[in-house]
Design a protein around this ligand. Structure first.
Ligand SMILES: NC(=O)c1ccc[n+]([C@@H]2O[C@H](COP(=O)([O-])OP(=O)(O)OC[C@H]3O[C@@H](n4cnc5c(N)ncnc54)[C@H](O)[C@@H]3O)[C@@H](O)[C@H]2O)c1
Length: 277
């Protein structure tokens, strides 16, 4: 029998390197999940995540395959691989994403608009659609029976077929100067999450999303230009600091967990208070 709070199978996209997806894969391993599948377009980054989890958690079975999340055939075949390897998908975290160049709409090319939406919106939808297609066919997992800790507070939770967490952004909720394609791609993720939550509640699947603020990852620190561009947003938030990827990963794991069994279609903001002012 599997051990831990997460007795099922976790799938994480955008899990290469040192970002939120990699931290989420690590957090699943730390929390006792023993079947984890990861993907990323960056093969070297994916290998890095794989090696760091294998090193610290030898009991974890890890399946990793690189590919482009905007490519339907890759997404479908990756999810098939996960089923072949582990038999089911219980917790799916759709994290792959890219940042846009700082351009107002009149400066934005169609190519740049499409590039952002291909990954952030289309890639997220392709991933969650592929996960939903497979989740609706699997038997529900009974959380309490499968969880050796059996905390009293989850003794009356219903069985679930799966939980999906899409990674949106605080910029899916509020706007920012010169970021129309990025903001709209993340608002789209929030809208899609709500619709899927409505449509798949009856199947015992929960679909939520997470809206990070400025988080210290390669996306926000890879160049001086990006760091300077994001500095005003850090200063504007009441907590006046960057978040750490692990702080977002913990919120993602909560939404995947049985403790979140009545949370559906929610956009959980993890941003040091940025959107409240
Ligand atoms: N870091 C932040 O401040 C912040 C804030 C809000 C939202 N987010 C969102 O969080 C998610 C993770 O971002 P991060 O900060 O960890 O950045 P990151 O760049 O470290 O991670 C994103 C990962 O997605 C992968 N990726 C990019 N395009 C891909 C594609 N076509 N197919 C597969 N993988 C692809 C990258 O290789 C990378 O490993 C993104 O969706 C991002 O938009 C980040």
């Amino acid at each position: 029998m599997d051990l831990g709070r997460f007795p099922g199978v976790a799938v994480i996209t955008g899990a290469g390197g040192h970002g939120i997806g990699a931290a989420t894969a690590q957090a699943f391993a730390i929390s006792g999940c023993t079947k984890i599948a990861i993907t990323d377009i960056n093969e070297a980054g994916l290998l890095e995540t794989q090696e760091s989890i294998n090193r610290v958690h030898p009991g974890v079975r890890l399946f990793a395959r690189a590919g482009d999340i905007a490519d339907e055939s890759f997404v479908e075949s990756f999810m098939d691989n996960v089923l072949q390897e582990f038999g089911r998908i219980d917790y799916a975290v759709n994290c792959a994403g890219i940042l846009s160049s700082p351009l107002r709409s009149t400066e934005l090319s169609l190519e740049e608009f499409d590039r952002i939406n291909q990954v952030n919106y289309r890639g997220c939808w392709l991933s969650s659609r592929a996960q939903l297609k497979r989740m609706i066919k699997q038997e529900p997992i009974h959380i309490v029976e499968q969880n050796p800790y059996k905390p009293a507070s989850i003794s009356n939770r219903p069985s679930e077929r799966g939980a999906i967490v899409n990674v949106a952004s605080q910029l899916g909720i509020v706007g920012r100067h010169a970021a129309p394609a990025y903001c709209a791609s993340k608002s789209a993720v929030i809208g899609m999450t709500r619709c899927d939550a409505i449509d798949y509640s009856a199947d015992g699947i929960r679909v939520n999303c997470i809206c990070p603020g400025v988080i210290q990852t390669p996306m926000t620190t890879h160049s001086e230009e990006v760091k300077q561009r994001l500095q005003p947003a850090i200063e504007m938030a009441p907590m006046k600091r960057m978040g750490q990827p692990e702080e977002v990963a913990d919120a993602i794991l909560f939404l995947c967990s049985s403790q979140a069994s009545f949370i559906q279609g929610h956009a959980l903001v993890v941003d040091g208070g940025y959107v409240i002012i």
